[in-house]
Design a protein around this ligand. Sequence first.
Ligand SMILES: C[S@@+](CC[C@H](N)C(=O)[O-])C[C@H]1O[C@@H](n2cnc3c(N)ncnc32)[C@H](O)[C@@H]1O
Length: 312
Amino acid sequence: MKNKVHVPPIKIQGIKTKLVPWISENVEITENTRWVEPFLGSGVVGFNVARKNALFADSNPHTIAFYNQLKDKKITSSIVKQFLYEEGKILSEKGQEYYNYVRARFNEEQNPIDFLFLNRSCFNGMIRFNRKFKFNVPYGHKPQRFAQAYITKIVNQIKYLELAFEQNNWEFKCQSFEDTIKEANTDDFIYCDPPYIGRHVDYYDSWDEENELRLHELLINSEAKFMLSTWDNNEYRKNEYLDTVWKNCYKLNKEHFYHLGAKESNRKPMIEALITNYKITEKQIVERQPKSQYIQMDLFTTIEKKSTQHCV
Ligand SMILES: C[S@@+](CC[C@H](N)C(=O)[O-])C[C@H]1O[C@@H](n2cnc3c(N)ncnc32)[C@H](O)[C@@H]1O
């Protein structure tokens, strides 16, 4: 990965932008490894870490359709620039009424460029669909959202991908994680960032124990190397699945802060985890733990701490 993390044009809750360097320095890939990512989301991880060959997949048809149209040049940076300029102008005059109009148009026609417009002007850059497959995120209440500087920012994000899609052999598929993992070969590297268990906020993005067990079974039985991103613990809770379902894997931890709202006082710590089926040989590893023991992180530590474990 180059030093700069390139942010993609699509936003999603749980986007891993800040964790990309950490993930990147701990994957085990060569220039020839195919990157297989069953839970693409915004694409921020794969678009920064994957090499020449990649299979990117997600159950959400709209993110995949957007990236496929970009790849096929049906959507280009100049089309986006013009579109956001024109639509943004109407949004600045009509506000919520126009946002609702575009949302209804998208739910009727499912045009990926409308999806981009909504994703960048809705509340908190969320992606959420109801049971009837309708996008239902409310307006972000920023009528001047598509000011010139913001359009330029989005257009530059698209330009980066235009170049990347031209230079690489990156494939996009809308399919379940089961199908994607089954497509992985021995020499591929699988990176997984599934939804958090029990969130159930989105039709395309629900996750339960059955999914977690199925994901584990598929990854353990795959001959490819894999890395799973998940959470370990926060001030209140611990991810119990790490001590049960994933106990036979290697684990690396890092503290990460996320924001609830805009206030600095709402900056909350979270211990993130990377679970792998290979021993991470990264130089910053602090220590290896004895077999069968999980590291019990102090819930209130504020240090940037990394650790690995291996249980058998
Ligand atoms: C936590 S997000 C991934 C975020 C991504 N790593 C990023 O940084 O933008 C999880 C993704 O998994 C997708 N997903 C949920 N259930 C899925 C399933 N059964 N098969 C494939 N993808 C699924 C969701 O649509 C969502 O995009």
